[in-house]
Design a protein around this ligand. Structure first.
Ligand code: ADP
Length: 431
C-alpha cells in the first residue's frame, strides 16, 4: 500500500506558519513576563493588608506623624493620603481624596463598618483604611519597581532570535524548490531541454515543477521534430531535384521533369499553407455557415470519396464560424483518416442543446497513448518513417487545434493502436 502525501497549498502552509509563530510569540511573551517578574503570592494579600494596617497605625499613629509617614512611603515606594475633618495630608498630590474615589455599593458597607477595602480608580488599586479619626488612602507600589526591564530585554532578544531562526528555516524549506525551478528555467532558456525537476512536493511548486518538465519535454519534441522536418524536407526535395538534373542531362521528356517540379511545389505549398493558416488566426472571418453542406463540399474535393461515409443529418446545422478555416480542419482530419487507414472513414455531425459535435472515425493504425500526449505539437509525428511514406509534416493536427481553439471549441482524440481513431470536434453554438 503506497502512502499518498496530501496536497497542501502554499498559502495554507503560510497560514499555518503564521498561526504557529503567533502562538509561539504569545507563549514566549508570557514566559518572558513571568521570568522577569517577582512572584507576589496573591492569597496572602488580605493578611498583608491587615499587617500593613497595624504597621501604619503603630508607626505613624492616627492622625499620622507626617515625617514618619513620608519616610515609610519613600522606603516602600508607595504614596499615601490622610483625610480627616482636622487634617488633610498627602505624600503626593496625585493621590486622590475619598470624595474623588467611587466606592461600589458592595464595598460601601464594608467601608462603613471600618474594614479595609481596595477600590480601582483610574486603573490603580487604592487600599482604603477607614478609622473613626480619619481615612488613609494608600497608592500601591509602582509596577515598574518590581519589573526588571533589562531581564525582559534579554529574554525577548533570545526569544526573537529563536523565533526568527525557526521562521527562516521553515520558509526556506517551503520555498526550497524555487531555486531548482529557476535553475531549470535558465537551463531551458540556454537550450538544454533534458531538464527534469523534482516533482515530489504536493503543492503549487510541485505542480509548477511538473509543468516545467512537461514544457521542456514539449519544447524538446518540437525542436527535434523541426530538425527532423528539415532533414525530411531536404531529403524529399533531393530526390526530385536529382531526377530533374538527370533528366536535363539526358534530355528526358518535358512531362517527366514537370511531374517532379509539381511534386516539389506541392510539398512547399502545403508547408506554407499550414504556416499561413497558423498566422492568420487572429482575424477570423466569422459568417453564418451551414455545416452539413460545408462537410459535403469538402468531401466532394476527394477523388477517393467512395471511402468517405457521411452520416448526413436531417436538416441544416448552422454555425457562426470562419468557413475557410473550418474547411482546413475537415481536410486535415479527412487526409489523416485516409492516410492512416485502408477502410472506410465515417463522418457525422449532430446538434444537441447548444453544442455541435462533428466526428471523424477510421479503423486504421491508431495512435499510442504516449504519442497522443504530444499529437497537437507542431511537427510531431507518431512514426517518422511511417509518416515520411505518407508524406506528412506533423503540422495538420496542430493547425486544427489552433483553428478549433480560435472558435472556442474543443478537439479530442480517442485512439487505439491497430483499432482506429475517433476525433471529436465540439463547438458551442453561441460564439
Ligand atoms: P501529418 O501531416 O504527419 O499527418 P498531423 O499533425 O496531421 O501530421 O498528424 C500528426 C501525427 O498524428 C501523424 O504523423 C500520425 O502519426 C498521427 N495521426 C494523425 N491522424 C491519425 C489517424 N487518423 N490515425 C493514425 N494516426 C494519426
Amino acid at each position: 500500500m503506497s502512502f499518498r502525501i496530501p496536497r497542501i497549498s502554499i498559502s495554507l502552509k503560510l497560514i499555518f506558519t503564521v498561526i504557529i509563530f503567533a502562538l509561539l510569540l504569545v507563549v514566549s511573551s508570557i514566559t518572558v513576563f513571568r521570568l522577569s517578574s517577582d512572584k507576589k503570592p496573591r492569597k496572602h494579600f488580605e493578611e498583608f493588608m491587615r499587617k500593613f494596617e497595624r504597621n501604619i497605625v503603630s508607626n505613624i499613629g492616627i492622625p499620622p506623624d507626617t515625617l514618619k509617614a513620608k519616610e515609610i512611603c519613600d522606603e516602600l515606594g508607595i504614596e499615601m493620603r490622610f483625610d480627616s475633618p482636622n487634617m488633610e495630608w498627602a505624600s503626593d498630590k496625585k493621590v486622590p481624596n475619598i470624595e474623588d474615589i467611587f466606592i461600589p455599593p458592595h464595598l460601601r458597607t464594608r467601608f462603613d463598618r471600618g474594614e479595609p477595602i481596595t477600590v480601582i480608580h483610574n486603573s490603580i488599586p487604592y487600599s482604603i483604611f477607614h478609622y473613626p479619626e480619619g481615612i488613609f488612602i494608600i497608592q500601591p507600589l509602582n509596577p515598574s519597581s518590581f519589573f526588571k526591564p533589562e531581564r525582559a530585554v534579554i529574554f525577548m532578544l533570545i526569544a526573537i532570535v529563536i523565533i526568527i531562526t525557526l521562521l527562516y528555516l521553515l520558509l526556506r524549506y517551503i520555498f526550497s524548490p524555487l531555486k531548482d525551478l529557476s535553475k531549470a528555467v535558465h537551463q531551458i532558456g540556454d537550450g538544454n531541454y533534458n531538464v527534469k525537476v523534482d516533482t515530489s512536493r504536493k503543492d503549487e511548486l510541485g505542480e509548477l515543477a511538473g509543468s516545467i518538465n512537461t514544457m521542456s519535454a514539449k519544447i524538446s519534441n518540437s525542436v527535434k521534430a523541426k530538425e527532423q522536418l528539415l532533414i525530411d524536407v531536404s531529403h524529399e526535395l533531393r530526390s526530385p531535384i536529382t531526377r530533374i538534373k538527370l533528366g536535363l542531362e539526358l534530355d528526358s521528356p518535358k512531362e517527366k521533369i514537370e511531374e517532379d517540379v509539381n511534386e516539389m511545389e506541392k510539398m512547399v505549398s502545403s508547408l506554407l499553407e499550414n504556416y499561413r493558416a497558423d498566422n492568420t488566426l487572429a482575424d477570423l472571418k466569422i459568417d453564418r455557415t451551414e455545416l452539413v453542406s460545408l462537410i459535403e463540399d469538402t468531401i466532394a474535393e476527394y477523388s477517393a470519396n467512395e471511402r468517405i461515409k457521411f452520416e448526413k443529418p436531417n436538416g441544416e446545422i448552422n454555425f457562426k464560424c470562419d468557413a475557410d478555416k473550418l474547411q482546413i480542419v475537415f481536410r486535415n482530419l479527412i487526409d489523416n483518416a485516409l492516410k492512416y487507414s485502408n477502410g472506410d472513414i465515417k463522418i457525422s455531425i449532430t446538434e444537441q442543446l447548444s453544442e455541435i459535435w462533428i466526428t471523424f472515425e477510421d479503423n486504421g493504425i491508431g495512435i499510442s497513448d504516449e504519442d497522443l500526449k504530444y499529437i497537437f505539437e507542431p511537427f510531431y509525428r507518431a512514426d517518422r518513417s511511417r509518416s515520411r511514406s505518407t508524406g506528412g509534416f506533423g503540422l495538420g493536427l496542430s493547425i486544427c487545434k489552433k483553428i478549433v481553439d480560435a472558435h472556442k471549441g474543443e478537439i479530442e482524440i480517442k485512439s487505439k493502436i491497430n483499432e482506429g481513431t475517433k476525433i471529436f470536434l465540439k463547438f458551442k453554438t453561441e460564439i
